[in-house]
Design a protein around this ligand. Structure first.
Ligand code: UDP
Length: 332
């Protein structure tokens, strides 16, 4: 069996951290990415092939050339309010293109898949933390596009030799501890990235979207996970599949919920910058509270998170954003 791994979306924020870890572990990595939100310079190991999953003929050629032992599939659009405005883009890019990838796996006999899913499949859960058995009732097209992909993967696995690990990511933050890679997108919509922009005066203020949720302080509660621990979950999943592990779904979070106000307070305290905060209406498609029960991934994969506290995640994101600013300004 080769140790050639295909990572779709490997030039993106999370994908580039996984690629780095795979490279460090000695895998041969091929990244397939259309670079719509990813960057070639974020790919520190392996070969970057610029291509779109919609282009199935190109994808077949890539599969034919490399003989992959496993595929890690991240390429997707992932901004909740964006998905409400552009649902067809989400169903095409996230759901339909997953079918293209599975067709290539089928034809070329690739039988190990790790799929990037999301806490958004749970929608607005009645109870938190959610386990993998909590009913999946997504409330936005992003969550639905991922849940449909999960179902397609499961149905295809039933009909074939495919074994999969579906990882349901909670809210990802932080950067490479050695400072080589991190979040690079031009438009920061996620909370920690957006608040970092407010710290660095790239934007005048931080808007809090929704202060009337049924949560202790009225703002949305999420479970924030460090990107490095999330990357470890992928490496652990790959080892598990390599050792003939059966198909699984795992939550990837820490089991701690923090409100938007709590996150903003910690970012202000850690950075020492008191940026303006404005209360706004809720965003389209946002649930009140979603936190993970992460017992299953710890038990089955022996996943051992190393950065499981909010201050570490925030400090890591801030350090990365500062280093980008210094680079932009020509300071070493
Ligand atoms: N949020 C906010 N201001 C921002 C960005 C996000 O108040 O500038 C809130 C958002 O409404 C949600 C939480 O922060 O309650 C996490 O949102 P994010 O976009 O980071 O991730 P999501 O949970 O939507 O995937």
């Amino acid at each position: 069996m080769s140790n050639n791994i295909l990572v779709t979306g490997g030039a993106g924020y999370i994908g580039s951290h996984i690629v780095r870890r795979l490279g460090e572990a000695g895998y041969n990595v091929t990244v397939y990415d259309n670079c719509s939100t990813g960057f070639a310079h974020s790919v520190l190991y392996g070969e970057l092939i610029i291509g779109d999953l919609a282009d199935i003929h190109h994808l077949y050629q890539v599969f034919a050339k490399h003989q992959f032992s496993a595929v890690i599939h991240l390429a997707a659009r992932l901004v909740v309010p964006d998905s409400v405005m552009y649902p067809l883009d989400y169903y095409t890019n996230n759901t339909y293109n997953t079918i293209n990838l599975l067709r290539c796996c089928s034809v070329m006999g690739v039988n190990q898949l790790i799929f990037s899913s999301t806490a958004a499949v749970y929608g607005n859960p009645q109870e938190n933390p959610v386990t993998e058995n909590t009913p999946t009732l997504p409330i936005n097209p992003y969550g639905r596009s991922k849940l449909m992909s999960e179902a397609i993967i499961q149905d295809y696995a039933y009909a074939s030799r495919l074994r999969y690990v579906i990882l349901r990511y909670f809210n990802v933050g932080g950067a490479d501890p050695a400072g080589r890679i991190g979040q690079n997108s031009h438009y920061a919509s996620h909370l920690i990235a957006s608040a970092c922009n407010a710290v660095l005066k790239r934007q005048p203020e931080l808007k809090i979207f929704g202060t009337d949720f049924p949560t202790p302080d009225g703002t949305g509660v999420r479970d924030y996970i460090h990107v490095e621990d999330l990357a470890s979950a992928h490496i652990d999943s790959l080892c598990y599949l390599e050792q003939d592990g059966e198909s699984q779904i795992f939550n990837c979070g820490y089991g701690e919920g923090y409100s938007v106000r709590q996150v903003v307070e910690r970012i202000k305290a850690i950075s020492g910058v008191d940026f303006p905060v404005i209360n706004e209406a809720r965003r389209l498609g946002d649930p009140a509270c979603v936190t993970a029960c992460a017992q299953k991934i710890k038990q089955v994969l022996n996943w051992q998170p190393k950065y499981n506290n909010l201050d570490d995640i925030i400090s890591s994101s801030l350090a990365w954003e500062m280093s980008k600013l210094n680079r932009d300004n020509g300071v070493n």
